[in-house]
Design a protein around this ligand. Structure first.
Ligand code: BGC
Length: 414
């Protein structure tokens, strides 16, 4: 009896081992660890499993991905890269230049990605003409989120200029409400900074400053005005902000502890995961100013040995750009699909606003890559700018000093 149970068990174990080792496999490095993010990445895990894949999760906590990128470097340096990595913007090209990315053109061509992705998004996914990443979504960065009840109780409308924002924030502060929910991490400072900069520099000025790194724009009067506004923003933040994660700042708006947050629409993923309703519990509006700051999440596949891992990469790439995944994932994530042919009927009013303004910005030439989220510049340059932004925000540095420091930091990073 004992023997036959043992024999049955070992046969089962053997069968399990055979079926596991025969299927596609993928170790996936990502930084989606907040409530809304975890719910979103689970959609991909489930779809991968439903298609016979075995997913090994490698989440690296820390919004914005700085910690994830450090973990990635360590893995690649030790010759043990994960199969699939959340990677975006020029960082994709940087890794391609290192010669460590897998070519996923076969999947892209079989699935007709060129026909369903806007050319501007496809361009970020190609390395010297071949496909080297698969896009998941389009996040918009220049959003203002607000607690609906706080605004109505204080008779405040969603601000449409920075002067209106300041007036609203002063009024709220006088009433004992924290005007701006913010966390103390460099990338969060950079996020607020680029949104303020878009509003003050305008579309052309933003492009000159953060895409072209034009010295005249980096040292212009308007750039001084951007730092002046950042100083004001610092005054609207509560004293407990150092070290706070972005999603905890979102919770402050959700729970009525603070009125506004400036954050990409992954914040909406948090509101939705908590059962909050846009237009009722929370409000979304594009932040003051024209233009649309985009941030496209994507996955790149790293060179790995073994047919099962390579099958896993191909399956993952195919699912990521698949119509069903692009809908369900983005309903949870707060973003909109990267594909142009996804039915938007189930999406909320914030997503519809994002989609409409992305289309109009694309026509008007005001669709801009987010510098703070790694879409505009290579790491050395964006890092140099963020160092200045966060040094200014977390000290009593003047705007003059910050502008001088910005010019030097950018020059030295080139
Ligand atoms: C990513 C989002 C993520 C956010 C916070 C951004 O850079 O693009 O997908 O939700 O960081 O972690």
């Amino acid at each position: 009896m004992r023997n036959s149970v043992f024999a049955a068990t070992s046969t089962l174990a053997l069968l399990a081992a055979v079926s596991v080792s025969a299927g596609p496999q993928a170790e996936v490095l990502h930084w989606w660890t907040s409530g809304g993010e975890a719910k979103s990445v689970a959609v991909l895990q489930e779809e991968f499993a439903a298609n016979g894949g075995t997913w090994t999760d490698m989440p690296v906590a820390g919004g914005g991905g700085d910690a994830a990128m450090t973990a990635l470097r360590a893995r690649v340096l030790s010759g043990n890269a994960p199969a699939a990595v959340q990677l975006k913007g020029p960082a994709i090209q940087e890794w391609y230049d290192e010669g460590v990315l897998a070519d996923i053109s076969a999947v892209a061509e079989a699935e007709g990605w060129d026909k369903v992705l806007p050319a501007s998004i496809a361009a970020h996914m190609k390395c010297e003409g071949s496909w080297c990443a698969a896009p998941v979504n389009v996040h918009r960065v220049d959003w203002l989120w607000a607690n609906a009840e706080i605004l109505s109780a204080n008779d405040i409308a969603m601000p449409t200029s920075w002067a209106e924002f300041n007036a609203a924030a002063d009024k709220l502060q006088a009433a004992g409400v924290i005007p701006l929910a913010h966390g103390g991490q460099a990338w969060q400072d950079a996020t607020v900074f680029e949104v303020v900069a878009l509003g003050i520099l305008g579309v052309e000025g933003f492009h000159k400053a953060f895409v072209e790194l034009d010295p005249a724009t980096l040292t212009s009067d308007k750039m001084h005005a951007v730092f002046d506004q950042m100083r004001k923003m610092r005054g609207y933040v509560d004293s407990n902000f150092p070290g706070r994660d972005w999603n905890l700042a979102t919770s402050m708006v959700m729970n009525g502890e603070a009125a506004f947050q400036i954050m990409g629409d992954w914040a909406k993923g948090e509101f939705l995961a908590a059962g909050k309703v846009p237009g009722e519990d929370f409000l979304c509006a594009s932040a003051p100013g024209n233009g649309f700051l985009y941030n496209v999440d994507s996955f790149a596949m790293f060179d790995v040995d073994g047919a099962e891992k390579q099958d896993g990469q191909a399956l993952l790439a195919k699912l990521i750009v698949g119509q069903n995944f692009q809908k369900v994932f983005n309903l949870n994530k707060g973003s909109i699909p990267a594909r142009v042919d996804v039915n938007m009927a189930e999406f909320d009013s914030c997503a519809h606003l994002s989609a409409a303004e992305m289309t109009s910005s694309s026509k008007e030439g005001s669709l801009l890559p987010s510098y703070a989220h790694g879409m505009a510049l290579r790491g050395a340059q964006s890092g140099a700018i963020t160092d200045v932004v966060t040094a200014h925000f977390n000290s009593d540095m003047t705007s003059d000093e910050a502008v001088t420091m910005l010019e030097n930091a950018v020059r030295n990073s080139l």
